[in-house]
Ligand binder design. Sequence first.
Ligand code: NAD
Length: 455
Amino acid sequence: MAAIVKSAREAFATGKTLPMSFRRKQLEGLLRMYDEGKQEIMDALKQDLRKTTFEGTLYEIEILKTDVKGILRNLKDWTKEEQLPFNALSFTDNASVHKDPLGVVLILGTWNYPFVMALQPLAGAIAAGNCAVIKPSEVSANSSATIARLLPRYLDKDCYKVFEGDVTATITLLEEKFDYIFATGSVAVGRSVMAAAAKHLTPVTLELGGKSPTYIDDSVNMERTVKRILWGKLINLGQTCIAPDYVLISKARQQEFLDVASKVLAEYYGDNWQKNPDLTRIINERHFNRLKKVLDATKGRVAIGGQTDQKDLWISPTIIVDVDPATDSTMEDEIFGPILPIVNVESPEAAIKFIRNRPKPLALYIFSENSDLIEKFKTKTSSGGLCVNDCVVHTGYVGLPFGGVGTSGMGNYHGKYTVDTFCHKKAVLQRGISAVSEKLGDSRYPPYTNGKIKL
Ligand code: NAD
């Protein structure tokens, strides 16, 4: 590990990552990798998660390609030195913000979107002129091996290195000194990374998780609302950091939600969901058992679904009602699977209070046609992102930052925000040396006579 980091550091010291031509070539390499390596990527996603080609194409490859293309289009603009405007007192100076790369950065990815989580941050790190060590998640082992195999074919081998390893190896890797750590994972991973980073005072971005609430106001069209929520909940079989975790709705509209949900699920997946090829699988037995435990322990009523099959790592789309938010197993930790508990709230104000009393979520969803109410949620709640009348889609919306707040994370990325993350904004002031400039500044010199300043 030390050797890997040392060699990346030596590569950075040569200055080869600085020219725009080099950065551009690496980013173009990433794009070629996504095109030429698409089949290998799809195969790995199938082996790890039984992910469909549709989801793999749209939610891994296309997300990555769109992001790199945006960075390439704006590379010069996003990395250029920003000149401060002149004013009457500073006309002899030259003040600017210079965007320095940080050095050697570490990127830790997760298993749920194994390519996006490891490689989307990398594009920004490259654009900002850094070297990087990429550590994909060992949980999605085939995807990790594919990244390790493909990346050196398309990127500079000295500057960009893939490290594969389990949790113990990652903890050891974190003992090395990096110039920045960008980590995606659970809140527990965030704590471990931040503690390790503190030893070297290394700055971090933490992209973490938590329970993302979804409030449905009485004003909505239920058909459209349920379609959007179930889509967002069930892509990747619920293993999405910003999947709607639970629904807050009035008791009066709950039955309508369930009726529409049964209809929509039949439209989406027919009558044998387990056999439907559009649904992914739970990543492994550990996560299957975790979810099964949540299901077995719930005191709520399973209104839809509830079937499990350990051999097939299958948990069916499941909706649970009559949930006591204070005690139910479904309301303890982030679900990260296809189980959707429903909690009844009497009013929008009660929903806001409910959300404010819990850790700040990564995403918050409101379905409402009432603009005053939407405004109220916007100003009275805090979350990484807020998406109104849809879910999950804000993460792929070009131009928006993505990141958490509170326990759901710190820092953000995507497009320009990733490039900013991996730059140090260095204040550069070049003072004038002319007689005029000396005259403008000479009142600071001793002796401190009263005439020089009004006390
Ligand atoms: P994981 O097990 O793949 O771990 C993530 C990375 O952290 C891996 O590279 C792993 O090797 C490393 N790791 C694991 N334990 C560690 C430890 N103790 N110390 C240091 N490193 C360690 O993924 P996970 O944690 O199961 O990921 C799921 C979580 O990630 C969910 O909470 C989900 O919401 C969150 N997530 C967040 C985002 C986001 O963008 N905010 C995206 C995807 C997933």
